[in-house]
Design a protein around this ligand. Structure first.
Ligand SMILES: Cc1cc2nc3c(=O)[nH]c(=O)nc-3n(C[C@H](O)[C@H](O)[C@H](O)COP(=O)(O)OP(=O)(O)OC[C@H]3O[C@@H](n4cnc5c(N)ncnc54)[C@H](O)[C@@H]3O)c2cc1C
Length: 95
C-alpha cells in the first residue's frame, strides 16, 4: 500500500502494522521457545536473543501505546468527518 498510495495515505495501515506485527512475531518466538523447552532459553538456540531483539522493537520504533493512540485518533477523525491530515503521527523511523 505504501508503494501504491504513499506513506501519508497509508498511515493508518502503517500504525496497524506497527502494533500487530511485533506482537505477533513475539508470540511466535515464544511458542518456539516453549517447543524447545530449556534449550529455547539457553544459548544453544538463538530464540531468547530473537525474543529480546523483537521485544526491543516494541519500544525503539515508538511504544505500542503511541501507535494505538495515533490509530484511534485517525479512526475517530474519519468517522467524525474531520481532516485526518491534522492528526499528529509519532515521529518514528521509516514512516
Ligand atoms: C534499542 C533502542 C533503539 C532506539 N533507537 C531509536 C532511534 O533510532 N531513534 C529514535 O528517535 N529513538 C530511538 N529509541 C528511543 C525510543 O523511541 C524510546 O525508547 C521510546 O520512544 C520510548 O521512550 P522512553 O524510553 O523514553 O520511554 P517512555 O517515554 O518513558 O515510555 C515508557 C512507557 O510509557 C508509555 N507511554 C509513553 N508515551 C506514551 C503515550 N504518548 N501514550 C501512552 N503511553 C505512553 C508506554 O507504555 C511506554 O512503553 C530507541 C530505543 C531503544 C531501546
Amino acid at each position: 500500500m505504501m508503494d501504491t498510495v504513499g506513506n501519508k495515505v497509508a498511515k493508518a495501515e502503517i500504525a496497524m502494522i506497527k502494533i500487530v506485527a511485533p506482537n505477533m512475531a513475539l508470540k511466535i518466538i515464544d511458542w518456539a521457545i516453549q517447543v524447545y523447552g530449556g534449550a529455547g532459553v539457553s544459548d544453544d538456540t538463538p530464540l531468547a536473543y530473537m525474543w529480546a531483539l523483537q521485544r526491543t522493537l516494541r519500544l525503539a520504533d515508538g511504544p505500542d501505546e503511541v501507535h494505538r493512540n495515533s490509530l484511534a485518533k485517525l479512526e475517530l477523525a474519519r468517522h467524525m468527518k474531520l481532516p485526518t491530515d491534522k492528526v499528529q503521527m509519532p515521529i518514528t523511523r521509516g514512516a
